[in-house]
Write a protein that binds this ligand. Structure first.
Ligand code: DGJ
Length: 694
């Protein structure tokens, strides 16, 4: 159980292996003392008592030390907080006091006139959650130009390296690791959603390997525009500042009596390398973030790649029949079932079944799917509207737009202004009715374009739209989940465009990428796993040649083993699969169900990364109790070289392990130090190996 110890103006939060210490000086400056291995309260007090370092007049006595740098005074770093009223800007706060809640949450309260600033710290295992509350307790309005969630301070070290997850549509979450240099590295999104371009996460290390060395990680829980700035200051100190909004999309007005609570920015220290950091992040999300994380996610079928917009009840039934025979547990009808949605040019906003395609609504299909023994799901994209829709014709002012400017269409759609209460109410009514009218068990919630015209004519403070959109989205999801507790939700945004801790706290899984090519997916999944667990990482087996992106031909074996690294789904046109393929697929689905508890709830070890110059193999291993599962992939065998055995991790060297595939008994020490032969050969080969401790 994490603990919080207060000693005067010094606080120490400790998890199982790490500690975080901070101190308010006599002149009310809040400084970081320690973030790293577990220390004792006396250590924190010794750090607090250390004399201040000397500084030159052109430098700052505060930069690089403060927990939440405000604007103004002798500071030259990026402020986490920038506030103005009618006469001045900046903050000079006084410390007011602290409280420690029952769960160990530390709250530090500061005041500058009418502005009350509360900084929150909560340790959950070895993850420190930080956020801030800004409240206007005065009589005049304030404007928050910037209110970040937190600034993280790293210790003095030589040669920091920055890891980030970058991408674009169909190429999300690819890991990049590069030296950090002086100045600032800023990542984020100006798009109104988390974005495909960066996951809101960074990691910093100097010499960590996959399984050893210090790693610091920071992950933001916000699903709109955001910004994380990693600064290496002139004296080589490193700080990471992040929060909601990018440029002025974080602007907010605080009327008297108003308040704003930032999203959580979570931080993690470990000395167990990048793999240890990932396992700690995964455990944290399964324990504290993801709803019902201890439940297995079912194997789903999704119709998108099979039928795109050309759907009918009969054809979906034909797919459902084959999916059920294969062992699929959840059948999801993707886009095209509602309104006039026969292409991406019409229908978004009209959330009633298309009468030509589903003359009696969705219930008959849902009932048949249930008869087949599967759950039933649908696709929606509630935050959007096509101009060619009944909703837009009735309410052209319900979208984001600027007076006298073009309403930019992307994928022929506009963004609804979810900050409007009438829009919120409409969406609640429609979606609640939809989930009440047919037995729907699952909702894939999509978001297929960025904000471009984020205006709100007539509203006195339209800038609030950026933040209020996200809050309205969260409120709608929370309300729907409360009213329909048996319904599971998937977060999708043209693939992985909205994946963050905020979305993960109210959805059951995420659509990782529209890229279903099994080879590309290995790199996307490798990056995704740096932060998020397999339990939420949806992956489908689709057709070969790959229809969406590259025409690559691959075996069912390779496609299945690639997708089995996460929450397995099937998304191919099953009506075109041969009887042999369907039978083989059923075997893979059955195997996945056996290994599912280990994959979805076990500890992940990345044994060898994808994209190795020698063509592989790459491999991951999941460990849960006495069970171990290894998934291995060979991209291309070169020069007839023998494919190396894969060294396992997380096993007991003194124990023996039985291979479920061959019946062979392996010694733990041999698996750890010499490796497991995989039998892979040729191009795009893959293997699943199950081991059980005997
Ligand atoms: C984008 C999603 O990522 C796809 O899986 C699919 O649902 C389409 N949208 C439907 O329009």
């Amino acid at each position: 159980m994490p603990e919080t110890v207060a000693a005067g103006r010094t606080w120490l939060l400790s998890g199982p292996t790490s500690s975080y210490a901070l101190h308010v000086t006599e002149d009310d400056t809040l400084v970081n003392l320690h973030w790293g291995p577990r220390i004792a309260p006396a250590d924190a007090e010794a750090l607090a008592a250390a004399p201040p370092e000397a500084y030159w007049p052109f430098e700052s006595p505060l930069d690089g030390r403060e927990e939440y740098p405000v604007e103004g005074g002798p500071r030259f770093v990026r402020p986490a907080l920038s506030v103005r009223d009618d006469v001045r800007r900046g903050t000079e706060w006084r410390f007011e006091g602290h409280t420690v809640a029952g769960d160990g949450e530390l709250r530090l309260r500061f005041r500058d006139g009418g502005l009350a600033v509360t900084l929150h710290y909560r340790m959950r295992d070895d993850v420190v959650e930080r956020w801030a509350t800004l409240a206007n307790e005065g009589g005049t309005p304030l404007e928050l130009l910037r209110a970040d969630s937190a600034t993280w301070t790293l210790p003095h070290r030589e040669g920091w390296r920055l890891s980030q997850l970058h991408g674009r549509w169909a190429a999300e979450s690819r890991l990049v690791r590069s030296p950090l240099t002086y100045g600032e590295k800023v990542i984020g999104s100006r798009r109104g959603h988390t974005g495909h371009q960066h996951l809101p996460w960074v990691a910093l290390d100097t010499d960590a390997t996959e399984e050893s060395g210090e790693v610091y990680g920071c992950a933001l829980g916000w699903s709109g525009s955001w910004r994380i700035a990693v600064a290496q200051l002139p004296d080589a100190r490193v700080q990471v500042t992040g929060g909601a909004g990018h440029d002025d999309s974080g602007l907010l007005r605080l009327a008297p009596g108003g308040s704003f609570t930032t999203p959580v920015f979570a931080g993690l220290w470990t000395d167990a390398g990048h793999g240890g950091a990932s396992r700690a992040w995964h455990a944290y999300q399964r324990a504290y973030v993801i709803p019902d994380a201890d439940r297995d996610r079912p194997v789903l079928f999704n119709s998108w790649e099979a039928t795109t917009f050309d759907i009918s009840e009969e054809q979906q039934l034909a797919l459902a029949r084959r999916a059920a025979a294969m062992g699929v547990e959840l059948f999801v009808v993707d886009d095209g079932w509602f309104g006039a949605r026969t292409s991406d040019r019409a229908g978004l906003g009209d959330w009633t079944p298309n009468p030509d395609r589903f003359p009696s609504g969705l219930r008959p299909l849902a009932d048949r799917v249930h008869d087949f023994g599967m759950r039933f799901g649908i696709w929606v994209e509630p935050e959007m509207v096509n101009p060619d829709s009944d909703l837009y014709r009735a309410h052209p002012d319900w979208v984001q737009y600027q007076t006298g400017r073009t309403r930019t269409e992307l994928r022929n759609q506009l963004v609804l202004n979810l900050a409007r209460e009438d829009v919120q109410e409409y969406l609640w009514q429609r979606l609640d009715a939809l989930l009440s009218d047919a037995p729907i068990d699952y909702v894939k919630w999509d978001f297929n374009r960025c904000f471009t015209d984020a205006g709100w004519p007539g509203d006195p403070y339209p800038q609030r739209l950026w933040v209020d959109h996200v809050h309205a989205l969260y409120a709608l999801l929370d309300r729907l989940r409360a009213a329909h507790p048996h319904v599971a939700f998937e977060s999708c945004s043209g693939g992985g465009g909205r994946i963050d801790l905020g979305m993960l706290s109210r959805t059951d899984q995420v659509w990782t990428s529209d890229n279903t090519d099994p080879l590309d997916r290995l790199a996307i999944q490798h990056g995704f796993s740096q932060l998020h667990p397999a339990r939420v990482m949806a992956a489908w087996v689709t057709d070969s040649p790959n229809t969406q992106l590259n025409g690559r031909v691959s075996t069912l074996r390779f496609r299945f083993v690639s997708a089995m690294a996460g929450v397995l789904g099937v998304g191919g046109d099953l009506t075109a699969w041969s009887e042999e393929e369907l039978a083989e697929a059923a075997g893979w689905v059955a195997l996945y169900k056996e290994i599912r508890p280990v994959v979805q709830h076990g500890d992940l070890y990345r044994l060898r990364p994808p994209g190795l110059a020698q063509g592989g193999p790459s491999a991951v291993q999941y460990v849960r109790g006495d069970e171990t599962v290894v998934l291995a992939w060979l991209e291309a065998q070169r020069y007839g070289e023998p494919v190396p055995a894969v060294r396992l991790r997380g096993l007991d060297p003194t124990a023996a392990y039985e291979c479920r595939e061959t019946g062979e008994i392996h010694r733990g020490a041999v698996l750890l130090h010499h490796g497991l032969p995989t039998g892979l050969r040729g191009d795009l080969d893959a293997a699943v190996v199950r081991l059980r401790r005997v």
